[in-house]
Write a protein that binds this ligand. Sequence first.
Ligand code: 3PY
Ligand code: MG
Length: 257
Amino acid sequence: MHVPIIENSFKRALNAGQLQLGAFMALADATTAELMANTDFDWLVIDGEHGPNDINSITRQLQSLAAYPVKPVVRLKDHNVANIKQTLDIGAQTLLIPMVESSGQATQLVKAIQYAPKGVRGLGGGLTRATRWGAITDYLHKAEEEICLVLQIESPEGIEELEGIALTEGVDAVFIGPADLAASMGYLGQPGHPDVCLAVEQAIEKVHTLGKPVGVFCGEPLQAKRYREIGASFFLIGADTMLLKTAADHLVARFRT
Ligand code: 3PY
Ligand code: MG
């Protein structure tokens, strides 16, 4: 049996400059992921950096999301080549990788998603969901085209190296993380500080000028509009955890008064 490779609609949307509104999912649960897939978000990030996810919970969430048009992304916790290999092998096609600070790191991350001789991704073949256990018979030759590598910039060092990182061949897009950027700029817990917002704006403008898709976490519609105007096209605007917490607090408060 031959199954065609799954096209990466997130990669295509980014390359077409289409607005993509997304959310983090840190509840690490397949049913929650399915619930989130039944909203109007364009993309959802299974968060393996801060959420209590492991390779099994990420697999279950990818399986949940596969039944819906929403575009799944997995954020990894580090740059480990073996983690990247396993995450691709369970069928993730878009990876968001945090804390990238140099073009050297970007080059290593690109190699991690490519098979030899270009890269270092090990061959899982029929053992993997990525190949639908061998049913996607041309997976090896088509995989790279359908993988989307998004690197997260969230430090002054990363901002300094922005051009080299964004222009590294094989890097599909850049995502700015204001929370860690604020902390590393000396404004811990103040991602909305004017100096941080200015750095975010300058980074967005730079990546956009370089012709690469650029995204950012931004929970404020007006600020997101501003970021959109200067070139950002994909946004994370919230998280499942934050949505549940806010709604729960709000509900109880209405009855306590
Ligand atoms: C950050 O802001 O530090 C993130 O990682 C994502 O928004
Ligand atoms: Mg961060």
